[in-house]
Design a binder for this molecule. Structure first.
Ligand SMILES: Cc1cc2nc3c(=O)[nH]c(=O)nc-3n(C[C@H](O)[C@H](O)[C@H](O)COP(=O)(O)OP(=O)(O)OC[C@H]3O[C@@H](n4cnc5c(N)ncnc54)[C@H](O)[C@@H]3O)c2cc1C
Length: 501
């Protein structure tokens, strides 16, 4: 059994995640090195919060009195075999991509923060810019080693355990005891990415119950992931003169990409990210200079596009130029060709600088106005055809409340993040209210209010989960939790309040 550590300074470094919610408290921190040690920790502790890189944007990796089970020493990486690789939960995605890159391979469903750990991305069913082409993490998980709340170790391969026709799993524990887990009956929205509580579908695989369960059903020790040959990616920065033009270009690129996947054409686009005019206004001049772009005129929006090239003289870039001409885009795109990693980083820095600028504004208001001021952000998704309508909805909900905001994200998925920059404590409440209104609107459009970041311990996101599936859906999730973790040991309070388990 690894030692549970209580050193003050060490504990301090585990008390918050990227949501920066104050008030984290840990009963200790522990660093197991394998499944047996994870099982021993769980047996010895009343409440355990598994954490990865703590890049959660939902407070899900902020301890509330739990022992923090850090996965950072679960770092074994196997040899890639038959298009899969077995990876320890504590391996950062950047390290995984490095190992794969040396072998000409790639793991596609990467979130934009590549410091996230493999286990954390599986636990949240993370998705990234290229979900449009590749789907979310779930599609790439072939197997999992999981430690349950009673210390049983499950070694699951996709296809091993499927739900019965009447909708339950029989989960066999290490002792031979079989637990019946009833699958929830709600219908999940048909969107390309969803991180909204437990996955539920007729005939589903047991692996899928754990993917996206946010630490509440078991600790992921390692994952077997599918990998592909590394694509040659060209990054293109496109300056549009308006929101409407950006939507039109995105729609045209999506159509060309889908044609390319059918073998009709070469413009194989994996990701299109959107930076709205308000976000552009937040960026400093040096960021534009490094990207090789003069500061665009007011009202301009930006798209960052990943194009996969298949051959040295690939006609894709010619097709891109023709498409931009047809959409009346005046400026030439700024390109970083495959192999130009520095150029690609500088273009992508434009996108990365937006949350940094938003966070700086929020931190300023927190210091100058009230310490409880927090960033409030939505993580909403709509079917792509509704993208323009969803942007109008976000704008209306935020401007009617007099809020300062910026919108950006994964346009090719219809998944955007409206960020509220509160200037007062009242603005924080108004921002949350606006996000609830947007959630109702996107749900009515066939979308969902919880696309990729998960639910965590955020009361706002937990209220969105109730709005999505109703109290009955939440009660069905609680029943799953009770079956696998009757004492509520693991990640208590994540997804739904712990006390009423
Ligand atoms: C700048 C930035 C950009 C981001 N961009 C994206 C994006 O594009 N797409 C996206 O999906 N997310 C994004 N995120 C959010 C975040 O990176 C993801 O949610 C990521 O998957 C979390 O991984 P982590 O290792 O940091 O997990 P943590 O934050 O440590 O934990 C997240 C949750 O998973 C549980 N958990 C962690 N590890 C395990 C484990 N081994 N077993 C069981 N449960 C576990 C925790 O209990 C917690 O509930 C971004 C975050 C930042 C800061």
């Amino acid at each position: 059994m690894p030692t549970i550590q209580h050193d003050h300074d060490l504990l301090q470094s585990f008390l918050s995640d990227a949501a920066h919610v104050p008030g984290g408290v840990a009963a200790g921190v522990v660093f197991p090195i394998d499944a047996n040690e994870v099982a021993a920790v769980i047996a010895a502790c009343a409440r355990v919060l598994p954490v990865g890189a703590q890049s959660s944007l939902t407070g899900g990796a902020t301890p509330r009195g739990d022992v923090v089970l850090s996965t950072r020493r679960l770092t074994e990486i196997g040899e890639p075999r038959d298009g899969t690789i077995r990876v320890g939960a504590g391996v950062p995605l950047s390290q995984l991509q490095g190992v794969l890159g040396d072998r000409g391979l790639y793991y596609p469903p990467a979130p934009t923060f590549d410091g996230a750990f493999t286990g954390g991305t599986v636990a949240t069913n993370a998705a990234g810019a290229a979900t449009f082409k590749n789907g979310a993490t779930r599609h790439w998980v072939d197997g999992l080693t999981i430690v349950l709340a009673d210390g049983s170790i499950l070694d699951l391969q996709r296809g091993d355990v499927r739900a019965s026709d009447d909708g339950h799993f029989e989960v066999e524990r290490g002792t031979g005891e079989v637990t019946i887990v009833q699958i929830p009956t709600y219908t999940m929205p048909a969107v390309s990415k969803l991180s909204a509580g437990y996955y539920a579908a007729p005939g589903m695989d047991l692996v899928d119950l754990f993917v996206g369960s946010e630490g509440t059903l078991g600790v992921i020790v390692d994952a077997t992931l599918r990998v592909i040959p590394r694509p040659a990616v060209c990054v293109a920065l496109i300056q549009c003169d308006s929101e409407l033009q950006a939507i039109n270009v995105t729609g045209a690129l999506r159509s060309r990409a889908m044609a390319a996947w059918r073998g009709e054409g070469a413009l194989d686009v994996a990701a299109i990210e959107y930076i709205d005019a308000r976000s552009v206004a937040l960026l400093d001049d040096p960021v534009f200079a490094r990207a090789g772009l003069a500061r665009p005129p007011g009202g301009s929006t930006l798209l960052i596009v990943q194009i996969e090239l298949r051959a040295q003289h690939d006609p894709a870039l010619l097709m891109l130029q023709e498409l931009l001409n047809a959409c009346h885009v005046d400026s030439d795109p700024v390109l970083a060709l495959p192999g130009d990693d520095r150029g690609a980083t500088r273009l992508i820095e434009l996108r990365e600088s937006v949350p940094a600028s938003v966070n700086a504004l929020v931190a300023g208001a927190k210091e100058a106005v009230h310490p409880d001021i927090q960033k409030t952000a939505g993580d909403l998704i709509v079917p792509f055809e509704r993208l323009g309508q969803s942007l109008a909805l976000y704008r209306e909900a935020l401007e009617r409340r007099g809020l300062d905001y910026a919108v950006g994200g994964h346009a090719s998925d219809g998944n955007l993040h409206p960020n509220v920059m509160p200037k007062s404590l009242e603005d924080v409440d108004k921002g949350r209210d606006a996000i609830r209104e947007m959630a109702r609107g996107v749900t009515a459009m066939g979308g969902a209010p919880l696309a990729e970041h998960g639910v965590g311990r955020s009361t706002l996101k937990q209220s969105l989960l109730v709005a999505l599936y109703g109290e009955r859906g939440i009660e069905e999730m609680r029943a799953v939790k009770r079956a696998l973790d009757p004492e509520g040991k693991l990640a208590a309070g994540v997804l739904f309040a712990a006390r009423t388990l």
